[in-house]
Structure formats: C-alpha cells, structure tokens
Design a protein around this ligand. Structure first.
Ligand SMILES: Nc1ncnc2c1ncn2[C@@H]1O[C@H](COP(=O)(O)OP(=O)(O)OP(=O)(O)O)[C@@H](O)[C@H]1O
Ligand code: SF4
Ligand SMILES: [Mg+2]
Length: 357
C-alpha cells in the first residue's frame, strides 16, 4: 500500500489554523550516575485547534518525555530546564502547581503508554470513570454514573451500563483502551496526548481505536498529539508531523509536506522503512542502517551523522539549526537541506544513497 492510498481515502478533518499549543525551545534532562541525559534538547513545534499532530521517531528519542513535559509530569531526577509551553496564550511553565492540577484532565489529558497500568485493578471501570467526573466536574454520584455510561457508549463499548461494573482484568486490550479514551475525554479536554495508544493491540483493533480518535477529533474539535512508531497510522490521520531524533527535532511540517516533500534524511529513512500496513511482494523496504545513539553518548555535530548517507564534513562538527528549509516546505535540522542542497522527495532516496544535489 502506498502513502497516497493511505492518505487519500480518509476524510481528514480541516482545521481553523488557530494555535492551541506552542512549544518553544523545550529542554528536559535527567541527572543520572553517568551524567546528564538531555532527553529533550530544544524542541519547537505547535498544534492547532482540532488538529492531529503525529509525533514520530525511533525508541528512546524523547517522545514520551516531550509529552510528559507538556503536562509537567517530569519527576526528579528529571527537570524541565528551559523553554516555553504556550497553551491557549498562557505559558504552562509559569503556572503554579494548583493551576496545573486544574488544567490536567480538564483541558489537557493524556492516554499513557501503558494503558492497563493506568487502570486501577481493584475498582470497576465505572467507578474509576465516575471518580474522574466527581473530582473534576463536581458531579453527584448518580449523574456521574449516567455520564460514565454515556462516555462508554460514545467510545463504542457495547452494553455500557452493564460494563460499568466490570473490572479492568475482565476487559480485552481494545476495550481497556476504549475505557482509557473515555476517561481522557470525560472532562472534554481541548488537547489529548495519546502515547502509543495502539501498540499492544491487534491490527483490527488498532484501526478501530484510530478511527475512534479521529471521530472524537471531529466531534469535539479536539487537538491530539498522537505518539506512535507507526507511520502508517500517522499517514492516515495526521494533519502535521514532528519527527524527533535523539532528543532533538529533525523535521516538522504539514503531513503532506512530510510525506511527499520531506527535507531531512532521517525522515526519508523512516518513510522508506515502513510497509504502511500491508506488505506486497515486490515492495522493498529499507530499514535505516545502524541504531540511534545513547543520549548520554551523542556523537558530535548532527547526532544522525554516523547513519546518514548524506553526511558532509560540517555534519561531524556542528549541530544543525532547526530552521525553514529554503527550497522546501518544512522546518528541519540538516546542514545541506538548510543550504538548499538536498532533494529527498523520491521514495527510496535515503536507502539508495542517491545524492540529488
Ligand atoms: N526517568 C529517567 N531517568 C533517566 N533517563 C530517562 C528517564 N526517562 C527517560 N529517560 C531518557 O530519556 C530518553 C527518552 O525517553 P522517552 O521515554 O521519551 O523515549 P520514547 O521516544 O518515548 O521511546 P519509546 O518509543 O520507546 O517509548 C530515554 O532514552 C532515556 O535515556
Ligand atoms: S546534518 Fe548532515 S548528517 Fe545530519 S541529517 Fe543532515 S546531512 Fe545527514
Ligand atoms: Mg515513549
């Protein structure tokens, strides 16, 4: 299946272009015995109202730390060192802890990477949903129960009234994930951060959960940061995409520009290494050779240079700025791309190492 086959059939929801979240220069680090790990090292991106941002990159590149930083859920030895997180005009980093608590769940909510560990095994799912509504919405128990059933129905759980009394262990992975989505949407947030919401699920259930998120986006004009390894999922639903590598931004732009006109060799490598949901004989995939570096042992210069077929001498010496590519449509951190010397629009360009300078 090609990218265009995945992107075309779906109705992606148009957006107003109104900025909801603006992340500027975010830096988050962890102090460990071996030194300081810069898990997020100067990330810039934004999310518009009603828009799905796909956040992609190989394991350990800082996707979860970015999302936890937005909610200010980084615990020691982690620390947000710098940046601005402008949400609806206010810098989240300037709010006190009470204001931040009010915002979490109410205006920004999150589906964590481990869904089952986020549900408490000793309470029924209904009770857990009711508690969110009682705490955040000051609902009385009866009203909270009715609303909990309504939310369960909304996220496609059959026989929701009976299921309110089910305990988490009695639910399939897909149903547990639907409950997590119901909980995240209980207070009608404006921004939902979904960290790998489909990883543990079978392919059919993955599709249903992604469809559900897209329905919720349309129905509530919800903005979603969708963190995933799966570029096929991103191809189907994303309006914009941020690609991260080793804690740093590699490329950010409109989804069509990333898929059809990317400017960063790492983005090209990721795009070429995916089978977009269905392998067909004759389709050749090209995994990026090598593995990402440890964040406490980053190579100098561009962290991608040991794996990059386009590396130039400057790439070993200096970290590329994250800026608008003159001949492209995206913002990228790559020396030759920023100098307008790289054309990676052709699929397979990274794997073949074809230089189109
Ligand atoms: N509590 C911690 N203590 C020390 N280092 C940490 C901690 N949490 C995260 N890190 C560092 O931050 C890096 C980024 O972690 P993060 O969980 O954001 O990666 P990720 O992109 O979400 O990966 P995955 O796709 O596997 O979920 C890790 O490689 C690790 O080095
Ligand atoms: S800066 Fe150099 S090493 Fe880094 S991605 Fe661009 S060409 Fe490759
Ligand atoms: Mg993660």
């Amino acid at each position: 299946m090609s990218i265009s086959e995945l992107r075309e059939p779906r109705r992606r929801v148009g957006t107003t272009g109104e900025r909801l979240l603006d992340v500027r220069g975010l830096r988050t680090s962890f102090t460990t015995r071996d030194g300081v790990v810069r898990a997020v090292d100067g990330i810039d991106f934004h999310v518009n109202r009603g828009e799905i941002l796909g956040l992609v990159g190989e394991s350990g590149c800082g996707k979860s730390v970015t999302s936890l930083s937005i909610l200010r859920l980084i615990a020691p030895p982690g620390r947000i060192e710098a940046g601005e997180l402008i949400f609806d005009g206010r810098d989240l980093l300037k709010l006190d802890s009470r204001q931040m608590r009010e915002l979490r769940g109410n205006r920004i909510s999150m589906i964590f990477q481990q869904p089952t560990s986020s549900l408490n095994p000793v309470f029924s799912v209904g009770r857990q949903l009711e508690e969110v509504l009682e705490l955040h919405r000051n609902m009385k128990r009866r009203a909270a129960r009715d609303r909990a059933a309504e939310l369960m129905r909304m996220v496609g759980i059959p026989d929701p009234v009976r299921r309110l009394d089910a305990f988490p262990h009695a639910l399939s992975g897909g149903m547990a994930q639907r409950v997590m989505i119901a909980m995240a949407l209980a207070c009608e947030p404006e921004l939902l951060i979904a960290d790998e919401p489909t990883t543990a699920l079978d392919v059919t259930t993955q599709e249903q959960i992604i469809d559900l998120l897209q329905e919720m986006q349309a129905e509530f004009n919800l903005s979603i940061i969708l963190i995933t390894h799966d570029l096929g999922v991103v191809a189907r639903v994303a309006n914009s995409i941020l690609v991260m590598y080793a804690g740093r931004p590699a490329e950010f732009g409109e989804a069509d520009d990333i898929f059809y006109r990317c400017s960063h060799p790492y983005t090209r490598g990721l795009l070429d290494s995916v089978d977009y949901g269905a392998y067909r004989p004759g389709e050749h995939l090209h995994p990026i050779a090598g593995v990402p570096p440890r964040l406490d042992q980053l190579p100098p210069g561009c962290a991608f240079h040991p794996r990059c077929l386009y590396a130039e001498p400057i790439c070993r010496d200096s970290v590329p700025e994250f800026g608008r590519v003159p001949s492209g449509h995206t913002v990228a951190a790559c020396h030759p791309a920023l100098a307008g010397r790289l054309n990676l629009h052709r699929a397979g360009a990274h794997a073949s190492g074809a230089r189109e300078l």
